[in-house]
Design a protein. Structure first.
Length: 95
């Protein structure tokens, strides 16, 4: 793979990761919405993520969210209960 193609793929995944972080507290953010934000069809998104990560969209999103949760737990003074409470409070504010 050329450097140009590697950079495009890295940028593509970074854009997806940023969207996942942006919608971290939203339970309703799904594959269709992610595809819409990326301005491609859901099937194109599936193929591209599968090719780059060997994971489905759902598994990739879950792995990114778990990585973020891990970082929050490792780098935060909050415990799991506080993180869950913070997440629930954010969901209630959106309602």
């Amino acid at each position: 793979m050329t450097n140009s193609k590697l950079n495009k793929n890295k940028f593509f995944l970074q854009k997806i990761n940023n969207l996942i972080v942006e919608h971290l507290n939203s339970c309703e953010f799904n594959n269709r919405q992610l595809a819409r934000k990326m301005e491609i069809s859901e099937s194109q998104l599936f193929r591209k993520i599968k090719k780059l990560t060997n994971q489905s969209i759902t598994l990739y999103v879950r792995s990114v969210r778990l990585q973020i949760a891990k970082e929050l737990l490792l780098n935060s003074l909050l415990n799991i209960s506080c993180l869950l409470y913070t997440s629930d409070a954010a969901d209630e504010e959106d309602s």
